[in-house]
Design a protein around this ligand. Structure first.
Ligand code: GLY
Length: 342
């Protein structure tokens, strides 16, 4: 796998190869409003089509996918065309799925505009759409030709969207690199102020780790599962409590930490460190009430499960995690309950 991630402070160095007959940009309403005119100036191509979806998870539907495919047919997108995903995780997953399936696959470039997409979903080639409550149940592994990250696109994000991405960035410290946690703690104020150099360093660190992990295990048969820290727990509450993905992941990480503490895998002070850094970054560790059995049901339908067992990523030391498939339903329900805001 070739590493092709460009991190920059604007879109000025965005260059396309001179080999595409058309460029289809898939984006969402928000990104179109705040980023599009800035981005499009740098596209040196005369045949550009644009498809704009609603912002939000509701766009990751089969019906929207079908609309885009029909649009591709109508506008003569061919095997020699390029799809550009300009947006956050939803646009990246949806446009990636379109690119990987239209005419059995055409080239794709990811231009992530949210922190969550920049540090996670735009790197590593996962694409997907949802069916009902089940996220990404249809999808492919499909590597983009390159990922282009403009750090300053984050300036137009609202606080909730931005903080959500920090939850995903924090994950890398717990799964792979404890020193990175120190960097985040020491720079928390600059992070909250969106200091561009600190953000550059954070995005570089996260994408380096992500690329290293994916390069070793692209199809998630082993190591890549560690990237799902907090995700399996998080998916249930994300859907039922209408929380952003990053917030749900951080609450899910709290549940994983609680299990680690209960089982004696980690010391109390490491758990306290997780709680204090979450506070520093204004990330939630608890959620409002929801049916805990329904959360467990959603967790059981997670595609990362195998042989009827839920696969859970649990911390086993500072900057280290392991995947477990033998955590009992009662233990899971117990930590979910303890994460409900009293
Ligand atoms: N978001 C987790 C992964 O790409 O594997």
């Amino acid at each position: 796998m070739e590493k092709s991630i460009i991190i920059d402070y604007n879109y000025n160095n965005f260059k396309l190869e001179n080999k595409y007959d058309k460029v289809l940009i898939i984006t969402d309403k928000n990104v179109h409003k705040y980023q599009f005119s800035n981005f499009i100036k740098n596209i040196n191509h005369s045949f550009i089509e644009v498809f704009i979806v609603e912002s939000g998870e509701e766009s990751k539907l089969l019906s929207i996918y079908e609309k885009i495919i029909k649009f591709c047919i109508k506008t003569n997108i061919t095997r020699k065309s390029l799809v550009v995903a300009l947006g956050g995780g939803v646009v990246g997953d949806l446009a990636g799925f379109v690119a990987s399936t239209y005419m059995r696959g055409i080239d794709l470039v990811q231009v992530p505009t949210t922190l969550l997409a920049q540090v996670d979903s735009s790197v590593g080639g996962k694409t997907g759409i949802n069916i009902g409550n089940i996220k990404n149940i249809i999808g492919t592994f499909y590597q983009p030709k390159f990922t282009y990250i403009n750090v300053n696109s984050l300036k137009s994000l609202n606080d909730k969207e931005y903080l959500g991405g920090l939850g995903e960035a924090l994950k890398y410290a717990f799964i792979y690199d404890y020193d990175f946690l120190k960097y985040i703690k020491n720079n928390s104020e600059s992070i909250l102020n969106k200091d561009e150099v600190v953000l550059f360093n954070i995005i570089k660190k996260c994408t380096d780790i992500k690329w290293e992990v994916v390069n070793k295990d692209e199809k998630e048969s082993g190591l890549r599962k560690i990237l799902n820290l907090g995700h399996t727990f998080g998916h249930g509450i994300e859907k039922l409590c209408n929380l952003s993905h990053g917030f749900a992941v951080n609450i899910g990480t709290n549940m994983a930490f609680m299990i680690a503490l209960d089982k004696g895998f980690i010391e109390e002070d490491y758990y306290e460190e997780f709680i204090s850094v979450s506070k520093l970054l204004n990330l939630p560790t608890k959620f409002e009430n929801a049916d805990i059995y329904e959360i467990l049901e959603i967790m059981k339908s997670d595609k990362k499960n195998s042989f009827g067992n839920i696969n859970l990523v649990i911390p086993v030391g500072r900057g280290k995690v392991k995947v477990f498939d033998d955590i009992k339903d009662d233990e899971i329900l117990d930590v979910i309950k303890r994460c409900i805001n009293a």
